[in-house]
Design a protein around this ligand. Sequence first.
Ligand code: ATP
Ligand code: MG
Length: 420
Amino acid sequence: MDVKAIRGFNDVLPDEIGKWQYVEKAAREVFEGFGFSEIRIPILEPTELFSRGIGEATDIVEKEMYTFTDRSGNSLTLRPEATASMARAYLEHQLYTFDPVAKLYCIGPMFRYERPQKGRYRQFYQIDAEVFGVENPMVDAEVIVMLIHFLNRVGLEKLELQINSLGDRSCRPRYREELKKFLTSKSFQLCEDCQRRLQTNPLRIFDCKVETCQAAIADAPKVSDFICSECQKHFDKVKEYLEMAGLTYILNPRMVRGLDYYTRTAFEVVSYQLGSQNAVTGGGRYDNLFQEIGGLDIPGIGFAIGMERLVSLLPKEKEFVLRPDLFVAALGEGPFKEAYRIINQLRLAGVRAELDYESKSLKSQMRRADKLKARYALILGEEELKKGKAVLRNMATKFQEEIPMANLLETLKDRIQQNP
Ligand code: ATP
Ligand code: MG
């Protein structure tokens, strides 16, 4: 076959899907426990939403968006992130008239035209959670506590929570100017991209992975030395609430995050198991986003977790494949029909039952039962069936017993309960 998936777009195959479902289920449970509701938003949005919301001078808008013109000449973009769309939905449907505070989450694919490599794809999934309408630093801590709780719950270890405050509209411009002045004196060291960033968005240079750029910013002024007393007070409260919740964090004055809309609290969780694409999740407060997209002055805070990176970190020893509870092996035509009747009955009763669609030798049917990792096999032979009996085999211990067919369901449930 010569039609292949687009570069950077992945299939998630059945042997992997168990991990995805496990993570998604845990996210729903944890987030809903913290009072968040799911929202589903379109994958395609007017380009303007992102260029205004995320900011023209960000990497995403400058070079990573999948933007095209539709048949009516409208410029559309495959969403590169979910926050702007969630904010749009909140405004468009005036969710604030019901309650100014909205706690929302969303799970789905995002699209960015980046150089595909391990942990970096052009279609990737995010789990996103956002709180709109609260300025109180308590909610910054709440969101971070929920995030760490979720990551621990799915079994992630060796994580480091990094936090910073980016200031706001009143103090960041001054920092930006200082940073620009400092980096202009080192501009000969900067890569071509950062030369441009120096003019359009100097904070972005912190994110550059080029070594000479990293060296250039090593002694750059820190945003923490410039934030105003209001921002400082807010940040101190965030730290206090994190400590009250028993979380340890590292202050990282160089973490600036890649999107323009962030203000005040910014955070990332990095894993030391991931190598160079080590950020599992990032987030922060964005008190200007709503105004940028033409809305009211509404504060927000949230995070996005990269699914692929998270899934790659799940504990290796955990089982994620869906296993049949029972594989029914039938020998001969009568038993084959009986097998069909039984699996239908069992499936309706919630037992995951499988059979072979071709009646083959017992050996080959048992091979298949093994391959599917069935917990039990039920062997149906002509003779036993006449006596209303069959053989139940525990596939792990190989223990076999003859059981009456009349109470198959009870026997099976009992055995599964004993050997989960
Ligand atoms: P990075 O610095 O790795 O480019 P980012 O700052 O662009 O990340 P965000 O926009 O904050 O990332 O997205 C949150 C999370 O989504 C990241 O921490 C990462 O786990 C994941 N992510 C971002 N871009 C990609 C991608 N191209 N492929 C896979 N996962 C991604
Ligand atoms: Mg990026």
